[in-house]
Ligand binder design. Structure first.
Ligand SMILES: [Zn+2]
Length: 252
């Protein structure tokens, strides 16, 4: 198995190696993409990069390129095969240098929960004051526990993730009371070679701009799924607060 892209293949078998080389490059740099004749372009940058929308409405969502990207995202974020997309999803693709370098899947939601910052911004096991932590945990853990369990279950389906990773990111504690929200970011993925260059933020901008016909959505109308530690960082940086909104399946 390739440690970088996670693909299983028979070393020495020409055909297998060829398939692996192609997948490996797609995984690290993005799925090759020549463009569509009719594209719904949501944003275009000066450097020639663009974000395009694939949805059920413009029927691009069934395109094989979209499916190829979605497969990678499902694998990486721990969704089962075919579990990531549903009818109401909108898929935003970041196209750069002839490849799809990033992908955001948004879905309509009705409600979300605010993350309680002290628990979101720190790794709970590293908290110096144990007393504070347990007191806080008693007060708020019920919701946290639920999402924690689900996260762990989902992650356990992923053979490549270590046990440590299974348990770390679930520890997110939120207000039990829901607030109204409109757009949920179901999945956000950027290829490894292009991370930390603001692509994820641009995808979030694009989704906010075009998800609803009525105009650009405020940050407080959008929510993230209980994120991994990387996702947590993105969410809090983007929202400029660690009290960002998260949602569960029940809020959809
Ligand atoms: Zn590989």
């Amino acid at each position: 198995m390739c440690a970088a892209c996670g693909m299983m293949y028979a070393r020495g078998n020409d055909e297998d190696e060829k398939v692996h080389r192609a997948y490996h490059k797609s995984y690290l740099e993005g799925v090759p993409f020549k463009g569509w004749r009719e594209e719904t372009v949501v944003m275009r940058s000066e450097g020639g990069d663009r974000i395009i929308l694939a949805s059920g409405e413009n029927s691009c969502i069934r395109n094989s390129k979209v499916q190829e990207v979605i497969k990678v995202v499902e694998k990486e974020l721990g969704f089962g095969e075919g579990q990531l997309l549903h009818k109401l999803c909108k898929v935003y693709l970041f196209v750069s240098g002839g490849r799809i370098a990033g992908c955001l899947v948004a879905e309509p939601i009705k409600a979300a929960h605010e993350v309680i910052p002290s628990s979101a911004s720190e790794n709970r096991s590293n908290l110096p004051d144990n007393k504070t932590e347990s007191a806080q945990a008693k007060h708020t853990l019920e919701f946290g526990k639920i999402s924690f369990k689900r996260e762990v279950l989902r992650r356990h389906n992923h053979p490549d993730k270590s046990k440590e990773e299974c348990q770390g990111p679930g520890a997110i504690v939120c207000e039990e009371e829901a607030v109204p929200a409109l757009c949920g970011f179901r999945a956000i993925w950027v290829v490894p070679s292009r991370r930390r260059k603001g692509i994820a933020s641009q995808l979030v901008d694009a989704a906010r701009k075009s998800f609803c016909e009525g105009g650009t959505l405020g940050i407080s109308q959008c929510a993230f799924t209980p994120p991994t530690s990387e996702g947590k960082e993105l969410a809090s940086t983007y929202c400029k607060t660690s009290a960002f909104l998260v949602y569960r399946d029940g809020d959809v």
